[in-house]
Design a protein around this ligand. Sequence first.
Ligand code: PLP
Length: 513
Amino acid sequence: MASSRFQPDSRSFVDMEPAAFRRAAHRVADLVADYLERLEGYPVLPQLEPGSIRARCAARAPEQPETMDAILDDYLQLVEPNVTHWQHPGFMAYFPSVATGPGILGEWLAAGLNSNVMFWRNAPASTEIEEVAVAWLRDMLGLPVAFDGMFTDTASVSSLLSIVAARHVVPDLASRERGLAGRPETGRLRLYCSTEAHSSIEKGAIVAGIGREGVRRIPADAAYRMQADLLAGAVAEDRAAGWQPFCVVATLGTTSSTSVDPVREIAAVCAREKLWLHVDAAYAGVAAIAPEMRGLFDGWERADSIVVNAHKWMWTPFDASLLLFRDPGAFRDAFSLVPEYLKVKGPGGQGDEAAAARLTDPTFVHNYNEYGIQLGRRFRALKIWMAIRAQGRQAIADEIRRHCRMARELASWIDSERDWELLAPVPFATVCLRHRPASLAAQASEPEVQRRLDAHNEAILDAVNRSGDIFISHTRLAGRYTIRVCIGNPRQEMRHVSRCWELLQEAARKIAV
Ligand code: PLP
């Protein structure tokens, strides 16, 4: 036998020794705990030049191992101070994406297990914890048991999967087998959402082959809600013109103003026209955990699919999006592909033989890869399950109520000032506003007033963001530059909201219109 220069198992790669791993893990725990304790000492928005962090990193990957202590020292110097601090109570720019303790611990444990939740046999406990967490959340939201579901990474993907499922159930289209292109016999598919719907819906349409032209934006009313009567008219008009309407996306809590589409009316149009109804409640959905807020969600129980992000206003570490659906078969039929190497026989199995047995099997479990695009999936359910257990439904609901109260308080301050105005109702915990000095109206024509107000409010926003205490963002509502203040972090108290208001007023005083 020819002798090899190397023994087959000779190697230079070694994972961390258990004792070294334990020591480093304790240091990591301290780093995170220290970060959360001193978080408020950081400017929420670091003032950095693009490329400045990259310039401080080695240009090439190291040939030889470095010590974990050296790496963690660099983390502390280079990374921690130079992120935009989403966890910071002064972060009010975008909808909350905040991680609280139990979820962070769940994320760590999931990394240790590295359980890949593709199908039950490969991830039995992880699959069943996902089933439990989905059912708990569905119940907490007050939705009927008829909804099945799963976790995905983001609302963008949850909506994409829903659009593909909606496309799949279009009669006689057979898009899964035949695709959409080069088929003159089928009408072009049309999806409807309001002018205020999130860009992820249009992205979903791009990926699903509907195209941006296939998305018809229904005008919103003065409170930024979809006008359901115009929806019905648009569907009729499109059918007459040869389009094939197939899906409507209603938003509960739009990104710009948190407006609430009239879902019950939209659901009635969908039922009449046989259209799939997807509800994007990515931000606001969790508010339904507080029963008295469910009036805002009236009719969402009639949806075919619903997305609610746990990683937004439920403070689960990013990423964690809950996708609920009424007909799991639509998703499974749209996405399931089980090649030979993934077939599993017997209880909990997947693949052709197992599929037939599944329906009557009391030990039914989800093989989650069959309901979406991904084969390998993260064990997201652990952090959600742990967070729900550690916090409890009641405290989560109370915290959402507290955020809404703080937002209403801020809104009342704005309302009581002659030179400030609210630009949208405040159904949840986001406030849309601008500074509008009364004196300005007399000085110039209306378009000129608007132009100057836009520039003025942009300058106010920049000044607040330079403070380091508060980070806020903007949007446009009815063409007007609008400052958005998003409350929703359990670390936020009224003193943070007051500081935001103080900074806004201070900037408005200093900056000329
Ligand atoms: N839908 C709405 C209404 C949103 O506000 C957002 C993000 O803020 C999204 C979808 C996209 O969420 P994700 O980042 O989870 O894809």
